[in-house]
Design a protein around this ligand. Structure first.
Ligand code: PLP
Length: 447
């Protein structure tokens, strides 16, 4: 594997209590100036980020097992991203692609069409955020089909705009008090092997969901079925084998667009370009964002050219969509993934996570399931011996990790999941150090 050079020393270090004095000072300024609806998981303020280390303003070095929510897949200051951003920004920061187009946008669209699965002509359109990409995938699907209904799943997360909030499942903190939400969104059960009836296959779970669609929505009314191939915020839920292929087939048979939201799982995170690649599923449209541009805001919809082209000229766009600096960053990030063979690293990260955490799961009995793919792994906490979700355990583990200088995020409809999303450039020693802290925290919480 490529030997990666780091700027920051790749070691964990916490001097005294977190947050330190400078972070506390910033927190005071923040309390007076920043709306309290915007919350942060970590009380320490970032000064520099490189490889698997977040250096805070007080000199603490945290092991990054979150990647800013699956964004800094190539690191937060990957050399190719930095170089391409610098070069781009010295020439122009913006023209608006809808006014004066530029090559970077075209090159990113070409690359997305190249890496997306499917042996047919593909095209892409670029936006700023994951929510915007999902929202545009719905717009495109509606024009292509002339239908309105959008089918989504339990535990889904698709964003925070009004349309995508309608598609997102969890009320707190995302939806509470923000309605009314967009209409024509229908929610059906997903495949959640840990919580489904024992032995339920992917095909059976798909049948359960699709029967509901047929009876309550009507197949002929469905514009799009939208699903995360591994649900992110909802709990890193990996559907049973056969679930995604069955949904895909149903969409083909019924003239609906199969939209796979790869915003969190896509772009090398699971050890393939896309999470659907593990089952050779070929979506009609794929949404990408988070990991695609090395930390710069960029998102896109990529898929079948004849579907993408259903929209009249001027029907898609946005002032900043496909910003030239963000496109340059994306080209740097995608190049880094290939040159450094980061998909192999993602697969290696899964092996290491399983090696370090499987024994503690066995030993404590409070881990219902250790699951995931590649560098998208999760620990689901339950009351010992059963399946009752234990959000307190997840919270306690995350807090203890942070106190020891390891940054982990929680997720899940029931808040009982600790998720691991390390940057793929994290070194093996640092990763193992972080995981051992986590294992110790799991033991502590199980007492
Ligand atoms: C994060 C996320 C979104 C929303 O992306 P934003 O950039 O926050 O708007 C949509 N879908 C999935 C699967 C996500 O994880």
């Amino acid at each position: 594997m490529t030997e990666i050079q780091y700027r920051l020393e790749q070691v964990r270090r916490v001097d005294g209590a977190l947050p330190g004095p400078k972070s506390r000072e910033l927190a005071e300024r923040r309390a007076a100036a920043v709306a309290s609806g915007v919350a942060s998981s970590v009380p320490a303020y970032a000064a520099d980020v490189d490889g698997g280390i977040v250096l805070d303003v007080d000199g603490n070095q945290l092991v990054d097992l979150g990647s800013g929510i699956a964004v800094t897949t190539v690191g937060a200051s990957a050399p190719a991203v930095v170089a391409k951003v610098k070069e781009a920004v010295e020439h122009f920061t913006h023209t608006c692609f809808m006014v004066t187009p530029y090559e970077g946008y075209v090159a990113v669209a070409e690359k997305l069409a190249e890496i997306a699965p499917g042996d047919f002509p593909k095209k892409a359109a670029l936006f700023n955020s994951g929510s915007e990409a999902v929202e545009n995938a719905v717009k495109i699907s509606r024009l292509h089909t002339g239908r309105q209904a959008v089918v989504v799943f339990d535990h889904a997360y698709h964003g925070r705009t009004n349309m995508t909030l309608a598609m997102t499942a969890k009320v707190l903190p995302y939806k509470q008090g923000f309605g009314p939400f967009a209409g024509e969104v229908y929610r059906v059960p997903v495949s959640y092997p840990f919580r489904d009836p024992e032995g339920m296959t992917g095909a059976e779970a798909a049948r359960r969901a699709l029967l509901q669609v047929e009876k309550q929505v009507g197949a002929e009314n469905v514009a799009a079925v939208v699903i995360e191939p591994i649900q992110g915020e909802g709990g890193f839920i990996v559907p049973a084998e056969g679930f995604l292929p069955a949904l895909s087939e149903w969409c083909t048979d019924n003239g609906a667009v199969f939209v796979v939201d790869e915003v969190q799982a896509g772009i090398a995170r699971t050890g393939e370009w896309f999470a659907v690649d593990h089952e050779d599923v070929v979506p009609d449209l794929i949404t990408v964002a988070k990991g695609v541009a090395g930390g710069m805001p960029l998102s896109g919809v990529v898929g079948r050219a004849e579907i993408m082209d259903a929209v009249h000229a001027g029907g898609l766009g946005g002032t900043y969509g496909g910003n030239p600096v963000a496109c340059a960053a994306a080209l740097g990030a995608l190049q880094t993934i290939e040159e450094w063979d980061l998909m192999a690293r993602a697969r290696r990260i899964e092996e290491i996570v399983r090696e370090e955490l499987a024994p503690v799961a066995e030993e404590t009995g409070t881990v219902g399931e250790l699951r995931g793919r590649g560098a998208m792994m999760a620990v689901e906490f339950v009351r010992r011996g059963g399946t009752e979700p234990d959000a307190d355990a997840a919270r306690a583990v995350a807090a203890e990790c942070l106190a020891q200088g390891v940054l982990v995020l929680t997720c899940g409809t029931f808040g009982n999941i600790v998720r691991l999303l390390p940057p793929l450039v994290i070194g093996e020693d640092l990763l193992r150090d972080g995981l051992r802290v986590l294992a110790q925290a799991v033991r502590g919480a199980a007492q």
